[in-house]
Ligand binder design. Sequence first.
Ligand code: CP
Ligand code: NVA
Length: 301
Amino acid sequence: MRHFISLLDISNDEARHILKRAAIIKRMLREGKPHQPLAGKTMGMIFDKASTRTRVSFEVGMYQLGGNSVFLNSGDTQLGRGEPVEDTAKVLSRMLDVVVIRTYAHDMVQRFARHSQVPVINALTDLTHPCQVLSDVFTYEEHRGSIEGKTVAWIGDGNNMAHSWINGSVSFGYKLNIACPDDYTPDEKLLAAARELGAEVNLTDDPLLAARDADLVTTDVWASMGQEKQRAEREKIFAAYQVNSRVMLEAQPDALFMHCLPAHRGEEVAAEVIDGRQSVVWDEAENRLHAQKGLLEFLLA
Ligand code: CP
Ligand code: NVA
């Protein structure tokens, strides 16, 4: 039994296997060929935060794979009234075949997994968002071929997405340039652990330097879920970190632009970039479905 709480929970070969399967599963869907290896299985989804893409891609993906899902807004469950995470994990994993969790504290997902008899998938915590980066690498490779040895530029907050891009450097072998304001750099422990495993990460406070010769430029909101009160302050601090055409000019001429979405045009990304010729954000969003079907098949079939 395996969990997917971090990209580092799967080996590099397994990550490659999942993406290969995702491509096959995507093709089968396009060709109208049913693929239902998860018939009779049920996925539980415990969500503490809002979601459009993650919720719909997991629910639709599970349905297409032949299984069912139960969506649990944790506030409507006994978790919201203080039932321990450990007890909830023991109970739910006697009924479900896989549990997908989106929450604030990363530690909650880890505690749940320790007491779960079924695989647990991290659908975003304050620390990481591994399903998104799995899909993003899939999207890059659909457009440009192998990401190994390529340069990814992360511009903006050293947040959960940045952390998963750091871990992804271990799994997929790309070089990562991160540009963040001084007090918003990635978690030092996570970065050190990934470097130990071979991640190639450069940190700077200069977005133009980070973008130089990059094959992929990516960013995310300046205020993540749970940081709404800091929004005005962050808008000032991050003002120089917008991905606009000046930043894209530093990158390779055929560089792609990605954003996990939701995006704020005029803040972390200029409309000319997200709606421009280098942007693949809609493919990126769609590929959540296909990549996560690959993941569910790997964990369950
Ligand atoms: N990118 C992403 O995870 O989107 P949602 O918050 O809509 O799920
Ligand atoms: N960093 C963002 C990602 C949303 C998908 C957040 O955590 O809100």
